[in-house]
Ligand binder design. Structure first.
Ligand SMILES: C[S@@+](CC[C@H](N)C(=O)[O-])C[C@H]1O[C@@H](n2cnc3c(N)ncnc32)[C@H](O)[C@@H]1O
Length: 354
């Protein structure tokens, strides 16, 4: 094993970023929510042979479908730019002098975020826009089907940044006979347009976390833009793809996610690196499920709607009768929470398991 150190923070990334020392991180990759306007969810199903089942499989055999669980996070923002701005400002502060930031987006927000990052880093600090092109899923009948993501690369200092040309992957020439045997054998270096499959829905790499990015794409960023022993950071970490790419290559990685399900997936996925878990939410969060905490950390509307019932608020009682009623409500709420803890897919259960 590489000896790389992984730290996973469970909680909002802004306070975590503020707690990191200036200049302490060599490379940041982030894949923030894309502001799609709906919750990102992935439901895992299993099928078992059942003559009464709802599906027909090979040879006409019938199968019953059962839902194993759903992983999700909210992806709706009232003001996406104002959500991202302080986080990206902090990202610049924590970067080392020769450090770089990669921001993974899609067509919805990339142009707005580009302008904002030009303001934070300076226009000359923008080095590349990488296009990750894939070919998967339904095609539109009313416009060109969007089949790419955009990854913006900013260097803290455009005169001094890490780009290891020798680590750039090589691909075959389209017409090798035109370049001679030596060059043809070596292949040509990759450009800013990367064709790469999505994470296979049935492959080994899949964690079940929605929006998981392929290791192959993220690994290129790690290998070309950092050195073994460097400190890497992903503060929208999801299933921990950047953590896996970084730690496998001998880099220390700091990962942050506010979704307990993401934390659990990361903990399992990265178990072989013995990650350190830091619960940054326990100070203001109802982790023990007794209904006393502020659950705002659970994120943006849809996530709470999917996984959590409303938590009773702390209002002051005006009469003994109302106080008794509230006490009974709290008792019922605790009982419901205990029942929910036994059920899969519950946010607090997930955090406890994490
Ligand atoms: C697009 S996903 C990242 C997917 C990841 N790149 C992967 O390969 O699995 C974005 C993540 O940001 C997290 N997130 C959103 N707002 C956050 C915040 N304020 N603090 C920490 N994490 C946040 C969500 O819970 C979600 O897991």
């Amino acid at each position: 094993m590489s000896g790389a150190k992984i730290t996973i923070h469970a909680g909002d990334n802004l306070p975590v970023l503020r707690s990191l020392a200036a200049g302490s991180v060599n490379l940041i990759y982030v894949d923030p929510p894309f502001n799609t306007g709906h919750a990102q969810a992935r439901t895992r199903i299993e099928t078992v042979r059942d003559e009464e089942g709802d599906r027909t499989g090979f040879g006409g055999k019938r199968y019953r479908t059962t839902t194993v669980g759903t992983k999700a996070f909210g992806d709706t923002f009232v003001d996406y730019m104002e959500f991202l701005r302080p986080r990206l400002e902090e990202a610049r502060r924590v970067l080392a002098g020769d450090g770089s930031l990669f921001v993974h987006l899609d067509y919805r927000e990339v142009h707005h975020v580009k302008v904002m990052l030009d303001g934070i880093f300076g226009r000359d600090a923008f080095i590349n826009e990488i296009i990750w092109a894939y070919d998967y899923g339904a095609r539109s009948r009313s416009r060109w089907s969007a089949k790419h993501d955009n990854i913006l690369w900013y260097a803290k200092d455009p005169e001094n940044y890490r780009f290891d040309h020798d680590a750039v992957e090589r691909i075959p020439y389209m017409a090798p006979e035109l370049v001679g045997p030596e060059k043809a054998a070596r292949g040509k270096t990759l450009t800013d347009t990367w064709w790469h499959t999505i994470v296979s829905p049935t492959g080994k790499e899949k964690t079940g976390y929605p929006t998981q990015k392929p290791l192959g794409v993220v690994r290129r960023i790690v290998e070309v833009h950092s050195r073994p022993g460097d400190t890497l950071l992903d503060f929208f970490a999801g299933s921990g793809t950047f953590g896996e790419a970084g730690a496998s290559a001998g880099r220390d990685v700091i990962l942050v996610d506010e979704n307990p399900q993401a934390v659990r997936v990361m903990r399992d996925r990265l178990a072989r690196f013995s990650p350190t878990l830091v619960d940054d939410v326990s100070v203001d969060v109802d982790v023990d499920g007794d209904g006393d905490g502020d659950d705002s950390w659970l994120g943006h509307g849809p996530l709470s709607a999917i996984f959590c019932e409303e938590t009773p608020s702390k209002r002051t009682s005006s009469s003994p009768v109302r106080r008794r009623r509230r006490r009974r409500q709290r008792q019922r709420s605790r009982q419901r929470q205990r029942q929910r803890r036994a059920a899969p897919g519950n946010c607090r259960t997930a955090l406890e398991r994490a």
